[in-house]
Design a protein around this ligand. Structure first.
Ligand code: FRU
Length: 469
């Protein structure tokens, strides 16, 4: 088999063949975790978008389902979300049921005049058989284009206090917030972000908005926004805002120019959380690539994978600031503890605790020669610790050309003496540290797949364990 087969991950979701980008329509229903995704089955580069579909009981092993949505006369099937319409508010179903699924997606009509942007409208489809068959709503689109060039990626959720549904959606370089009583007719309530956070040349894509409650009982709303280029890593990046939401307006509580990144790696984009998840959990997944080189990565039969599912929580740090924390889902840990096959070369987890004094640094080499190499350095601890990291990417020519071999960045974090967790898969590495308040997610394509990691440096490490089996 070709070298390229080396990079089909074992525990990260990949399509059997074809091209994948954003996760779409994430919804939990009757014991099933549904994942739809931007999919082009005919080639391994982006093309006329479909919604692919996969289903899991544990968020680690996935079963491929038939394509859910295919292009039609309104356009290609761009990103969107799905919800359970248990009470049959939409009136589209026979009865009230946990299995009533409604999907909101963008129909993107390529213009024949190449000087014009695509024409994007919002559409609805529904299914009562666990997403196997979808009926597109007869009167689509449900939301016409309000003369906004990039008008896409509707994420819909129920807002209980006001008893209405909310949609957040790309409005060019800000996020439109709409509401609806009946799930079909939508009113604009506000527009967030024109003057906040990070802006670069791309639109604000794939928004998500959800509440999280910290251990002290305080609830905050998190607004997640992707930008296709010009971000931290560089290339595509995902930022978030913490604030309040009253059903119609989102208020960012940080200074307008403050930027919070969800991840400090290159490959964490189009983050979306599951609706209707059990136990009020907020579980999300991201497309693990970057628009800068997504079409050129080193795989042959398929291209594009998802991150591992992560659970989000809110913590209040020592200085009273709220910050997002990410952890790998319990089922990911269970997989390493229990079910991972012995011969799974190239798939392993390293966990540990470490302490870095000011000026100390550690290096993490995933493979001795042919690495990505992470270097963390604690520079300053006046009120905050600043971690300086550099990353070197290994053998991939395209990525080397597109990105310099190393780059330096400062990351602020108050707690660096805490947990470190690294999961290495074939073609992918995910790293959480400072107790999950810092994450770094990267594709990588080493020449040789090994079960090796090397951690060196002046910092103190304790209880490093490896689950390599
Ligand atoms: C983000 C994105 C979305 C769009 C989709 C098209 O990666 O550009 O805004 O709906 O991809 O595939």
């Amino acid at each position: 088999s070709s070298k390229n087969d080396l990079y089909r991950p074992a525990i990260h979701f990949s399509p059997a063949f074809g091209w994948l980008n954003d996760p779409n329509g994430l919804v939990y229903s009757e014991g099933q975790w549904h994942m739809f995704y931007q999919y082009y089955p005919m080639d391994t580069i982006w093309g006329p978008m479909h919604w692919g579909h996969a289903v899991s009981q544990n968020l680690v092993t996935w079963q491929h389902y038939p394509i859910a949505l295919a292009p039609d006369e309104l356009g290609n099937m761009f990103s969107g979300s799905a919800i359970v319409d248990k009470a049959n508010t939409s009136g589209l179903f026979q009865k009230e049921s946990e299995a009533n699924l409604v999907a909101y997606y963008t129909a993107s009509l390529p213009s024949s005049d190449t000087s014009l942007a695509d024409y994007q409208t919002q559409c609805l489809a529904y299914s009562d058989d666990q997403g196997l068959n979808w009926i597109k709503y007869e009167q689509n689109p449900i939301l016409n284009n309000p003369k906004i060039e990039c008008f896409r990626d509707p994420k819909v959720f129920w807002f209980d206090q006001a008893k209405h549904w909310v949609m957040v959606i790309t409005h060019g370089q800000s996020i439109g917030i709409y509401y609806s009583q009946n799930m079909i007719d939508w009113e604009l309530s506000s527009d967030f972000g024109a003057e906040e956070g990070h802006h670069s040349n791309g639109p604000w894509e794939c928004p998500d908005l959800f509440p999280l409650t910290a251990q002290n009982g305080v609830t905050k709303w998190i607004m997640v926004v992707g930008i296709g280029d010009g971000c931290y890593a560089p290339g595509s990046g995902t930022q978030y805002f913490i604030g309040d939401f009253d059903g119609k307006n989102f208020t960012n509580e940080a200074p307008a120019d403050k930027v919070l990144w969800m991840d400090y790696g290159r490959d964490y984009y189009a983050t979306q959380s599951w609706s209707n998840a059990p136990d009020n959990k907020r579980i999300a997944i991201s497309w693990m690539s970057n628009w800068r080189y997504a079409r050129q990565t080193e795989t042959k039969t398929f291209r594009g994978i998802m991150t591992l599912p992560r659970e989000f929580s809110l913590i209040c740090n020592e200085s009273g600031h709220y910050i997002l924390r990410q952890s790998f889902c319990e089922s990911v840990s269970d997989f390493f503890n229990e079910t991972m096959p012995n011969d799974n070369v190239g798939v392993f987890r390293v966990k540990g605790k470490m302490m870095l004094e000011i000026g100390e640094e550690i290096e993490i080499n995933l493979f001795e020669e042919d690495c990505p190499q992470f270097i963390f350095k604690r520079l300053d601890a006046k009120t905050i610790s600043i971690i300086n990291n550099r990353l070197y990417l290994g053998s991939d020519k395209v990525m080397e050309d597109e990105f310099p071999h190393n780059y330096t960045s400062n990351i602020t974090n108050e707690k660096f003496e805490n947990g470190l967790e690294i999961i290495v898969d074939k073609g992918a590495v995910e790293l959480l540290f400072a107790d999950g308040t810092f994450s770094m997610t990267q594709l990588y394509f080493p020449d040789k797949i090994e079960n090796k990691i090397q951690i060196t440096g002046s910092g103190q490490f304790s209880s490093i364990t490896e689950d390599t089996k």
